[in-house]
Design a protein around this ligand. Structure first.
Ligand code: SF4
Length: 434
């Protein structure tokens, strides 16, 4: 199977030549260009932008890190040349560097990774390489921050393209959450009830900035992943009357619903509105307050796609990620983290057709890994996580060659004070038991 990048290049060429009759579609033909075009556009416009693709409509906060221009040699090099340079730099660095590749990363980069996994698996994988001076994280910004929190202080965590942010993580910034918290405390007070449960506890999804993980650590709260969100919510309900869940409304809603929390007790908090757009009584009656955040990739999945898959492939197994909207999760056969999806496919003993609702790079890789099954992405439009897509092999070659030359570029550093509180919230997550 060709890579997502190859498919996008092909579609873009066909669209230019044949117009509307071209086969296949991508959410943005601009994805076919080098990511450095967006670095340049950002520099010229003076404001950061997410670029094309699934997150192009999201607003990048002004504080979003910006990538300087990649040296020209890396932009002009062919894939084969970049491959040679990456392999040579890897060989020169040996155990001094470890390369981590997220499941959603493009194939052209993943082929050089020492470890492939989800964000938390990767941060933990880095712990198995304490001798590595550099951890090159081919994911997005919050993942590199988590790796910095968990790794040794002398290890440098490097994000090959600083503009590889996560639009969902950026939907909840520390100031807006602090403001929300202040308003909630005014309504709820801070006194525990007769059972010792505090009025509200913050829970953040792993896909959030280190500052928000620290906020949770400091306020008795906790971090969750898409694998353990249920356990974490149960942990939180033992200690609090209600939960403030950010940034992903869908993971929060899907998980709380599965625990039996009625939808009317899950108001949404819109940070641009007073009381998040709610009245005080709705907040007092709530069990889970959902932040108005979402993943632009998983938001693309819809019930119509599932109905079509069931019609075209009777007996199809539909598995979706819990970042998908509730109606999609309800219509699917099952929902779970990337790890859950992988394990479900690995466990199928008979040839099976799977329609998967998660990022296309991961789905295509699963299809290649399990040729005995028919595996396809529910979304017929090729639309990768466009922020992660900004880690082009050119940036990987650049950061590795800089390391060989003794220079650390694009280091992600989380301040010591933030690290301490964030680690507390992560440790609570690791200690939480079903
Ligand atoms: S897939 Fe969604 S949640 Fe994951 S990094 Fe991309 S934008 Fe963020």
């Amino acid at each position: 199977m060709s890579s997502v990048n190859t498919a996008i290049q092909l579609i873009t060429r066909e669209q230019a030549e044949q117009g509307a009759t071209a086969k296949g579609s991508t959410c943005s033909p601009a994805l076919a260009k080098g990511p450095w075009d967006y670095d340049l556009a950002e520099a010229l416009a003076g404001i950061p932008a997410y670029g094309p693709g699934a997150s192009s409509a999201d607003v990048a906060p002004a504080a979003t890190p910006r990538q300087g221009q990649l040296p020209e040699a890396y932009k002009l090099a062919s894939d084969a040349e970049l491959g040679e340079r990456i392999l040579a730099a890897k060989a020169a660095l040996g155990d001094r560097a470890v390369i981590l590749g997220h499941f959603y990363q493009r194939d052209e980069v993943i082929q050089y990774a020492n470890f492939v996994g989800d964000s938390f698996q990767l941060a933990n994988a880095a712990l198995t390489r304490p001798d590595a001076e550099a951890i090159v994280f081919c994911g997005v910004h919050f993942m590199a921050e988590t790796a910095d929190i968990l790794s040794a202080p002398e290890q440098a965590v490097i994000l090959p393209n600083l503009a590889a942010g996560c639009s969902m993580a950026d939907m909840a910034d520390a100031d807006s959450v602090a403001e929300c918290w202040e308003q909630l405390e005014e309504i709820f007070g801070t006194e525990p009830d007769a059972e010792g449960r505090v009025p509200v506890l913050p829970v953040t999804y792993m896909n959030s900035s280190a500052a928000l993980k620290a906020f949770c650590g400091e306020h008795g709260g906790i971090v969750c992943t898409s694998s353990n969100a249920r356990t974490v919510l149960e942990w939180a309900f033992q200690r609090a009357q209600r939960v403030l869940f950010f940034p992903d409304q869908h993971l929060g809603r899907n998980t709380a619903k599965a625990l039996g929390v009625p939808l009317e007790q899950m108001p949404m908090w819109n940070p641009r509105r007073d009381l998040g757009g709610n009245d005080a009584q709705a907040l007092l009656d709530s069990r889970v307050i959902l932040w108005h955040g979402f993943c632009s990739v998983h938001k693309r999945f819809n019930v119509g796609q599932i109905e079509k898959a069931r019609k075209d492939f009777p007996g199809v197994q539909v598995i979706v990620h819990p970042e998908c909207p509730m109606e999609v999760v309800d219509a699917a056969d099952s929902a779970g983290s990337t790890d859950f999806i992988k394990k479900a496919i690995a466990a199928a003993t008979e040839p099976t057709t799977f329609a998967i609702g998660t990022e296309i790079n991961m789905v295509n890789r699963l299809a290649a890994e399990y040729p005995q099954h028919t595996i396809f992405c529910l979304d017929p439009v090729i639309c990768p996580c466009s922020t992660m897509y900004r880690i082009h092999p050119g940036y990987l070659a650049w950061v590795l060659e800089e390391l060989v030359a003794g220079r650390v570029v694009n280091r992600i550093t989380v301040a010591e004070s933030v690290q301490d509180h964030a680690r507390t919230a992560l440790e609570r997550m690791l200690a939480a038991r079903p």
